[in-house]
Design a protein around this ligand. Sequence first.
Ligand SMILES: *Cc1c(COP(=O)(O)O)cnc(C)c1O
Length: 385
Amino acid sequence: MPESTAQKVGESTPVPLLNLKGQYATIRDEIGVAIQRVLDSQVFILGPEVDALEAEIAAYSHCAHGIGVSSGTDALLVALMAIDIKPGDEVITTPFTAIPTVSAIVRAGATPRFVDIDSRTLLMRVDLIEAAVGPRTKAIMPVHIFGAVVPMSDVLEIARSRGLAVIEDAAQAHGSSSRGRRAGTFGDLGCFSFYPTKNLGGYGDGGMIVTDNPARAAELRRRRNYGKTHADYSVSDGVNTRLDELQAAMLSVKLPHLDEMNARRAAAAVRYRDGLAGTPIEFLEVPDGCVSNHHVLTVRVPERRDALRAHLESAGVQSTVFYPVPLYDQEAFRRFRAPGGEPCPETARACRQVLSIPLFPEMHTSDIDRVVAAIREFFHAGRRA
Ligand SMILES: *Cc1c(COP(=O)(O)O)cnc(C)c1O
């Protein structure tokens, strides 16, 4: 190794935003058994492993049906197809979310209508929904961002009085709950992602929709599989978006660990909160009665956010910004921006101030303390300057 790239003595390894290797190490053998079982069966699509995972996720969610699909984005897309979204229909959602929330709405032919977020929780402001409802509004898509659950009883009340469907984007909220009820089970349909970095992450792409409605469940099963009822009879538009047997088998190994992994995330979040007390860092709030799965630890840095990021990087601490731009300012979605000035000022402010710092179930407390020390050092140096 050339001198210049050799690690200096005493220099510690970087703290990553997320490290999946530690978790894999704890279940490596079980995962191996699951893979071998599927290979031995030579059944790869819509077989017993998908059936089993669908039943397990439904049971975990206290919900009647789970329908496996090939990603979280497709879960949203197929859910929109199942409520019969037509071109020109509008779906009310938040501009402070991952791109796929809105990609799915647009892909389904609908138009996103954005409402601003609450500055304390970064969740869509439910009191703004009513004013966004118009003659073309078909659905509301609340997003449980970073694991915090949108106050759903208020959303459902508006939806019922206006005859709208509710599709929850629960991709970041696996294991979160509100007043004892799981995220994803409040609305007509709840959509989950098994993207590797999600709290219940697979080893590739995958997703699931949950519902209590048997007719909707049957409809979703058709839509994910070319609109087919049974062998070579198709009754509606459909796509190919199936969860595969290998992913399902591996996810069945991980699901029993989900609550414990989420509890570890919560403990890490508490340590951060204690460690950063007295600094300008602001922690987000969760709505009353909500238990977050701590999908991502996002904090607010009221000023000099980017300088703090640079400082963390030089201290070997990874961080990122979820999300840097309101979605209506993304090139792909600019045509959906409401005319006039800044349509969602709290979203714009959040995009300038948020910072996501390392958090994962297997994170060592010494690494949390290193991140805390690096942040404290930044503000301390700032005071001296
Ligand atoms: C990850 C994510 C999705 C999409 O899930 P994929 O499985 O990556 O398609 C949708 N919405 C939100 C809020 C997400 O975080």
